[in-house]
Design a binder for this molecule. Structure first.
Ligand code: NDP
Length: 334
């Protein structure tokens, strides 16, 4: 078996040598266990958080421990009555390992829906889809006619947020890092407007595309982009604080937001959230997202990198903005 193990804590960007690929023999299965072969590994910004020794929502991965991460795997051997060879399972908060040994008890078997590719379970029907769904619906509480702004809009979470906002009858404005991404947002995903933060004046573009101000800011990025949005929030606006990707590789404390006082003046509700808190409600979220997906109301993209050995080096795609949609590593043929 092959497993990616954390060798040292990265400083700034992840570098070669921060993780090691380790070979270990597979132990015989015990009663109640299931062995699976990884098909897709999910690469997420939070992988980077887990590598740092910071006070986060979960303890950091220990030095010498298997890297934490989720994915989809196909059962190759089972000593649990509920699973048989060929079943596809969600490894949840698993590890970056080629042949995970999983407890059958509580293991999630994927409901295979007609016409829905496996990659959908990594995106709209997976953890990032649930992040978008619950963050927007539960905290953002979008009302028809309101304006919803989302940053990292062409990524896994952001692309879903804008589309759900549209389904709710809102104006959806996305902020992303390339013209191609902006084109995808407006021409394929149905956003009303998209702003390329690398080439445009974000504040001026927000003024142009959000003539009635901003009612919901779904925050994925932090830093200067967040500041520009905060400055344009409406009275009683909501701000699901989902992520701050612009700060995850920072080696020094990140200053700001400078427009913080506007949260007071506008009586904004800001709430940080972590999707795992919504785990008990996943069936509800998956059912709704699956319905929208089957009705053709959600478009999604998957950025597929091939080869388990490429997992650590591919994580930088998220920080360099190379991915459109959900970044995954294909470890074996789906
Ligand atoms: P994405 O698929 O959105 O990939 C990350 C994107 O962020 C990149 O494609 C890039 O797009 C953008 N980005 C990277 N660095 C910067 C930067 N310095 N400034 C502006 N944009 C940047 O990842 P996810 O959808 O998985 O995650 C999006 C956010 O949601 C992250 O902050 C993540 O931590 C958070 N998250 C939170 C969860 C929770 O439970 N709270 C669960 C899942 C995700 P671009 O080309 O536009 O720059």
């Amino acid at each position: 078996n092959q497993t990616w193990v954390l060798r040292q804590r990265p400083v700034g960007d992840i570098k070669e040598g921060d993780l090691d690929l380790v070979e270990t023999p597979l132990e015989p299965l015990k009663d109640g266990e299931v062995r699976a072969k990884t098909v897709y590994l999910s690469l997420d910004p939070t992988n980077r958080i887990w590598m740092s020794d910071v006070d986060a929502y979960l303890p950091p991965v220990g030095i010498g421990d298997a890297m934490r991460g989720g994915g989809l795997a196909v059962v190759v051997e089972s000593k649990h009555d509920g699973f048989q060879q060929g079943d596809v399972v969600n490894t949840g908060l698993g590890t970056w390992t080629m042949y995970p040994t999983l407890q059958g008890e509580g293991l999630a078997k994927l409901p295979i829906l007609p016409g829905v590719p496996l990659t959908a379970y990594m995106g709209p029907l997976g953890a990032t889809g649930m992040t978008a769904y619950f963050g927007l619906m539960d905290i953002g509480k979008p009302q028809a006619g309101e304006t919803v702004v989302v940053s990292a809009a062409a990524g896994a979470v952001g692309s879903m947020v804008g589309q759900i906002a549209k389904i709710q009858g809102c104006r959806a404005v996305g902020i992303a890092g390339s013209d191609d991404k902006c084109k995808w947002l407006t021409e394929t995903a149905g956003f009303d407007a998209a702003i390329n933060y690398k080439t445009e004046d974000v504040g001026a573009a927000l003024d142009k595309h959000c003539p009635d101000g901003i009612d919901v800011n779904f925050e994925n990025v932090g830093g200067q982009i967040m500041d520009e949005v905060i400055a344009r929030l409406n009275d009683f606006s909501r701000m699901p604080l989902c992520g701050l990707i612009s700060t995850y590789n920072a080696t020094d404390p990140v200053p700001g937001p400078y427009n913080f006082s506007n949260l007071l003046m506008r009586r904004t509700l800001m709430k940080g959230f972590i999707v795992i808190d919504y785990f008990p409600r996943f069936p509800e979220g998956i059912q709704q997202m699956a319905q929208w997906l089957m009705e053709g109301k959600l478009k999604f993209e998957t950025d597929v990198v091939k080869g388990f050995e490429n997992a650590p080096s591919s994580l930088s795609r998220l920080f360099e903005g190379k991915n459109l949609g959900k970044l995954v590593v294909e470890c074996s043929p789906p």
